[in-house]
Design a binder for this molecule. Structure first.
Ligand SMILES: Cc1ncc(COP(=O)(O)O)c(C=O)c1O
Length: 390
C-alpha cells in the first residue's frame, strides 16, 4: 500500500545529504571537540563550521549561536534563564507546552504570566501584547509559526514593542525554521529557538540565537562548552546534521521549493474543502487564510470524530494529526483551537495536514482520493452525525 506522510510538523525524516554529512563524525572523526589532539581538532573544526552556517541561517554573529538539545531546551532556557521572582512574563495561550509548562513552573517562583489569547484567525494582535506590558515585564515569548495551524505571528511588530518597552523578546521559531526566511535582527528578538528534527535534521539537537549581552543563566552547568552558556560535550554528528539541514533549508527557500510546497498545500486544502461541512482553522473575518507556514493546513470536519478519521486515514496509508491530545489518559481538544474559539466538537474534529518539503503532486492526489471516502464512511456511521452522542 502507498503510504503518504503528512505530519511534518511532528517530525521529518533526515535528507540523504544530512545522513551523509553526519556519518564520519560517528566513526573516523569521533573526537571530543574539547581535546587538543588531532581527533579533537577535527571535531572542533566541524562544530566551528556548523556554527558559521547557523550564524548565516539566523543572520547573526557566530558567537551568538548556542547548540542545545532542541526546541524544548531553547524554550525552557529563555524562561528559566531570564526570569526572576517578581518579574512579569508575557506569552500567548497558543504556545507549545515547552513554553506553557515552563511558565506554570515559574508561577511557583513568584513570576506572574499573562497569556495573550489569539483572534479567531489564530493571529496574535500586537496591541494585546502592548496592553499586557507592565513596568516589571522582563520577557515576552511568542512563536513564529504555530505548530497546529501554521499561522505566522507578527513577530517583527512584537519585537518593536519589546524594544520600546525594554523587555527581552524570545521567539519559539521551531515550526518556522526552513519555512520562513530568518533574520533575527529584523525580528528584533534577543533569543530564538529552533529544532533540527522539524527541518529534516536529527532529533535531540537544536540551536538558539542569543543576542550578545543578553543575561541568560545557563540551564546546564559544568564544562565551559558553548561559551559557558550550555555545558556538556558537544554532540558533533548531530551539530553537523543540524547545520547541513539548515544549509539545505536556505536553498529550499531560495530555489522555489517552499513556494512550490505552498501551492501543493493550497491544492490539497482546496480539494478537501470540496467536501461539505469542512473549513480551515486560520481564516480572517473575510474568510481568507491568514499568513501561514507553506506546508500546513488545519481543517475542521463537521459530524465526525477527528480521532476516528486519523485512524481511518492511517489504515488507508495517510499519516496526519488530529486536533486533540492525550493528557493523563483523557483526550482533550487542542488548546490552540480552543483558544481560537472553536467549540470542543469542532476542535476535536479538526485535522492537521503538514507536508514534507519533499511532498509530491502524487502524494496530494493520493490523500485527495482517500479523504473523501473516509469522511463519508465515518459520517454514515458517526453517532455525532446521527445525533445519538448526547
Ligand atoms: C512550536 C514548537 N516548539 C517547541 C517544540 C519542541 O521541540 P523539540 O521536539 O525539539 O523539543 C515543538 C515540537 O513539536 C514545537 O512544535
Amino acid at each position: 500500500m502507498r503510504r503518504v506522510y503528512m505530519d511534518a510538523n511532528a517530525t521529518t525524516p533526515l535528507l540523504p545529504e544530512v545522513v551523509e554529512a553526519m556519518c564520519p563524525y560517528w566513526t573516523e572523526h569521533f573526537g571530543n571537540a574539547s581535546s587538543i589532539h588531532q581527533h579533537g581538532q577535527q571535531a572542533r573544526t566541524a562544530v566551528d563550521r556548523a556554527r558559521e552556517t547557523m550564524a548565516r541561517f539566523f543572520n547573526c554573529h557566530d558567537a551568538e549561536v548556542v547548540f542545545n538539545s532542541g526546541g524544548t531546551e531553547g524554550d525552557n532556557t529563555a524562561i528559566f534563564g531570564l526570569l526572576h521572582p517578581g518579574d512579569h512574563f508575557i506569552t500567548t495561550s497558543i504556545e507549545h507546552s515547552a513554553i506553557l509548562e515552563a511558565a506554570k513552573r515559574m508561577a511557583r517562583f513568584g513570576v506572574e504570566t499573562t497569556f495573550v489569547t489569539p483572534q479567531s484567525s489564530g493571529l496574535i494582535d500586537p496591541n494585546d501584547i502592548l496592553r499586557a506590558i507592565r513596568p516589571e515585564t522582563r520577557l515576552i515569548s511568542v512563536m513564529l509559526a504555530n505548530n497546529e495551524t501554521g499561522v505566522l505571528q507578527p513577530v517583527e511588530e512584537i519585537g518593536k514593542i519589546a524594544a520600546a518597552t525594554g523587555a527581552f523578546f524570545h521567539i519559539d521559531a521551531v515550526q518556522g525554521a526552513g519555512k520562513v526566511e530568518f533574520d533575527v535582527r529584523r525580528f528584533g528578538c534577543h533569543l530564538l529557538s529552533i529544532s533540527a528534527h522539524k527541518m529534516h535534521g536529527p532529533k535531540g539537537i537544536g540551536a538558539m540565537f542569543v543576542r550578545k549581552g543578553t543575561p541568560v543563566n545557563p540551564l546546564l552547568v559544568g564544562g565551559s562548552h558553548e561559551r559557558r552558556q550550555r555545558a556538556g560535550t558537544e554532540n558533533v554528528p548531530s551539530i553537523v546534521g543540524l547545520a547541513k539541514a539548515a544549509e539545505l533549508a536556505m536553498h529550499s527557500l531560495d530555489d522555489g521549493t517552499i513556494y512550490r510546497l505552498g501551492k501543493l498545500r493550497d491544492r490539497l486544502e482546496a480539494g478537501v474543502l470540496e467536501l461539505a461541512g469542512t473549513g480551515v482553522n486560520g481564516i480572517d473575518a473575510d474568510g481568507k487564510p491568514v499568513p501561514r507556514a507553506a506546508n500546513t493546513t488545519n481543517i475542521w470536519f463537521d459530524n465526525l470524530e477527528g480521532e476516528a478519521l486519523v485512524i481511518a486515514l492511517d489504515l488507508k496509508g495517510v499519516s496526519v494529526s488530529g486536533g486533540s491530545a492525550c493528557h493523563s489518559g483523557a483526550t482533550e481538544p487542542s488548546h490552540v483551537l480552543m483558544a481560537m474559539g472553536l467549540d470542543k466538537n469542532r476542535a476535536r474534529a479538526s485535522l492537521r495536514f503538514s507536508l514534507l518539503k519533499t511532498a509530491t503532486e502524487a502524494d496530494v492526489d493520493h490523500v485527495l482520493r482517500v479523504v473523501p471516502a473516509a469522511v463519508e464512511h465515518l459520517r454514515a456511521l458517526s453517532p455525532v452525525a446521527a445525533g445519538t452522542l448526547g
